[in-house]
Design a binder for this molecule. Structure first.
Ligand code: ZN
Length: 150
């Protein structure tokens, strides 16, 4: 994989054009924003926790196809999970997208998140693909505010 257009598979384009959970929760218990000045991506993540469980999640923001699709898929994947499950998923996802370029991904099956596996070939896109996740983690940790990739 060497052409950026190869990265934009069907799933990514679909989530970019029709992002899921594209809303801000009025009754959010946790929220944070993420900024990636290098690309101009800006994403707000809001969560509603019921005990330890992510009962609802929504995001809004502007950015490139990767940042938006990554945020959209993330909301689907962590909805209903516990806080530690969500953070654990982020660790595995980050390991996948930051692995050495040219190497196949050999980690555990990450389901739908695997569509972002090709991001590893484009280091500059890693920040786009992890922006919403960083914001989600900051929100869960209660640090709020805006996390920047720079
Ligand atoms: Zn971007």
């Amino acid at each position: 994989m060497s052409d950026l257009s190869d990265l934009y598979g069907e799933v990514i384009l679909d989530h970019y054009k029709r992002p899921r959970n594209f809303k801000l929760l009025p009754d959010a218990t946790h929220k944070a924003a993420g900024a990636n000045p290098l690309c101009g991506d800006h994403i707000q993540v809001t969560l509603k926790l019921d005990g330890d469980k992510i009962a609802d999640i929504g995001f809004m923001g502007n950015g490139c196809a990767i940042s938006r699709a990554a945020a959209s898929v993330m909301t689907q994947e962590i909805l209903g999970k516990s806080r530690s499950e969500a953070e654990g998923l982020f660790r595995k996802y980050r390991a996948m997208v930051t692995r050495e370029a040219g190497k196949p991904y050999e980690g555990e099956d990450l389901g739908k998140l695997a569509v972002f596996s090709g991001v590893a070939e484009f280091p500059v896109r890693v920040k786009c693909a992890t922006l919403a996740w960083h914001a989600m983690e900051a929100a869960l940790r209660g640090s709020g505010g805006t996390v920047s990739t720079e």
